[in-house]
Write a protein that binds this ligand. Structure first.
Ligand SMILES: Nc1ncnc2c1ncn2[C@@H]1O[C@H](COP(=O)(O)OP(=O)(O)OP(=O)(O)O)[C@@H](O)[C@H]1O
Ligand SMILES: [Mg+2]
Length: 228
């Protein structure tokens, strides 16, 4: 579903963020991406959602070579890839419902279909009763769940989350991870960038570890390491 083949990324500043990495993620996998600050995690995700282009190498998503996707086709590509950020980027002058509806409206859905899908997404994240609220009145964890509902509302086959639990306490973080696991359980390919090594070790998923733009580990972490 996601294939990197000797992908490097050098920003215009000269900074090399990724140094020729290769990996494959199958459809239906859930993978954590970890590594120090500046290791290249966000850059890797930006390549998948076409916010950045690689300097060398190629990226395939769902079998499509992203280098063949022209600028005008990027919005279509982004509908295949749901994205959740740490600072969820909600609009505070709109209701919860309107925030989640946004991607569907941009995609041109009829309003009845918008309502149906938005309520289904809010229901999945447990926020159906808050649809009329302004997101500013919600807790941090609730706001993050609104961001997740918005990311999954048009049922993308791929879901990327960049530090989705960065601002949350351990209990809420676990709840958010549970949500991702649920989407994964129904077939969504999920990639989560996270510093939270404790949380990652407790969950038994594949982990890709970046270090200075290189993959230094790809596989499952030994469970016993969580207090080391
Ligand atoms: N737009 C940019 N222009 C220039 N350099 C950049 C840009 N974005 C990132 N970098 C650099 O690329 C490297 C990788 O950055 P990236 O944001 O991918 O790291 P990260 O692993 O996500 O870090 P963090 O855990 O702090 O979010 C860093 O050295 C960073 O300074
Ligand atoms: Mg980052």
């Amino acid at each position: 579903m996601i294939n990197f083949s000797t992908v490097s990324k050098r920003y215009e500043s000269g900074q090399e963020a990724l140094g020729g990495i290769s990996f494959d993620i199958d459809a239906g996998e859930l993978v954590f991406l970890t590594g120090h600050s500046g290791a290249g995690k966000s850059t890797l995700m930006k390549l998948i959602m076409l916010m950045e282009r690689p300097t060398t190498g190629q990226v395939l998503v769902g079998g499509r070579n992203l280098s063949r996707i022209r600028k005008s086709q990027i919005p279509y590509h982004r509908r295949q890839v749901g994205v959740v950020f740490q600072n969820h980027q909600l609009l505070f002058d709109r209701s919860v419902f309107e925030n989640v509806a946004l991607p569907l409206q941009i995609a041109g859905y009829q309003s009845r279909e918008v309502g149906r899908r938005v309520r289904a997404a809010l229901d999945k994240v447990g926020l159906l009763e808050k649809e009329k609220h302004n997101p500013i009145t919600l807790s941090g964890g609730e706001q993050q769940r609104v961001g997740i509902a918005r990311a999954v509302v048009n049922k993308p086959p791929v879901l990327l989350a960049d530090e989705p639990t960065g601002n949350l306490d351990p209990e809420l973080s676990a709840e958010i991870m549970n949500l991702f696991a649920q989407f994964n359980a129904v077939g969504v390919t999920v990639m989560i960038a996270s510093h939270d090594i404790d949380l990652i070790t407790r969950l038994d998923y594949r982990v890709l570890t970046l270090h200075k733009g290189q993959i230094i580990h790809d596989g499952f972490l030994p469970k016993g390491d969580q207090h080391g």
